[in-house]
Ligand binder design. Sequence first.
Ligand code: APR
Length: 311
Amino acid sequence: MKFPKVTVVGAGQVGATAAFALLTKNIADVVMVDVAEGLPQGKALDMMHSRSVERFGPRVMGTNDYADTAGSDIVVVTAGLPRKPGMTRDDLLAANSAIVRSVFEKAYAASPDAIFICVTNPLDVMVYLARQVTGLPSERIFGMGGVLDSARFAFAISEKLGVSVGDVEAMACGAHGDAMVPLPAHSFVGGERLTDILPAEEIDALVSRTTFGGAEVVALLKTGSAFYAPAISVVRMVEAILDDTGDTLPSCVYLDGQYGISDVYMSVPATLGRAGVIAIPELELSSADLAALRASAATIAEALDSLGLRG
Ligand code: APR
């Protein structure tokens, strides 16, 4: 069977975890590329050793050469430094900007027809930068933030109420960071609106747990940031694109007037398919939620302006 080709740039915690899930879920052949010599090759060999046990069909290779990534259907970028305890995502800005610039230049040159998904933080700024570097239409370059943030919200809700995660549909939008906008009025438990189930102060605690879920993991790990949930979240997006499902997943997409927000990348529900972002259907937000979303966008715009990225 011929599988689609997915390149994962950065064979670290997030990249390698995503690569392994792409294999074991029989989604795609994977090329892992990294600056570290031996790291992607070693991890790829280790994964291939598991192939006869797990009996997955796709293959993985590790490389330091972008020529091996040529003709990819999707490129997932996880290259960069992870957060250390006490660091905000914004502390990563300077270091990861340089990495993202060089990675996207090379990956785009090798696969000009691919769809690009950025995972590197600070996400909303990195995706904007990546689009500038490549000049790609925004449908083909976006980021993974909202799927993870919504998953963390779903977890917090299911733990609080003691219900199955399968019964929870949670929605978190906005910046992938402290200015995140979890949306209780668009989150449901067994079809019932969260705002009809819990009092406001209990919802506020869940919102806070969601917003600082990444930091909670960083504080525990001490040597890096979350990777299982980020990896499986980007795999969910890859699956939706390759299977052309038309699933609407909160994704870090370019906003061009939606919700009255322009010229930033930020997570909102986006319909994904083989062409990338097919549509950005707008949620009907209360005026308070809309104001929160716009305030969140303003924090991203400020970061972009401070870097001189916007014209
Ligand atoms: N080109 C390719 N790979 C690079 C480059 C580069 N220019 N610079 C760094 N890398 C690689 C590193 O060698 C490392 O293997 O990126 C990998 C990053 O892996 P980790 O340090 O394990 O970081 P990880 O936890 O995977 O996080 C990666 O994803 O969620 C975000 O905030 C997180 O920005 C971070 C990124």
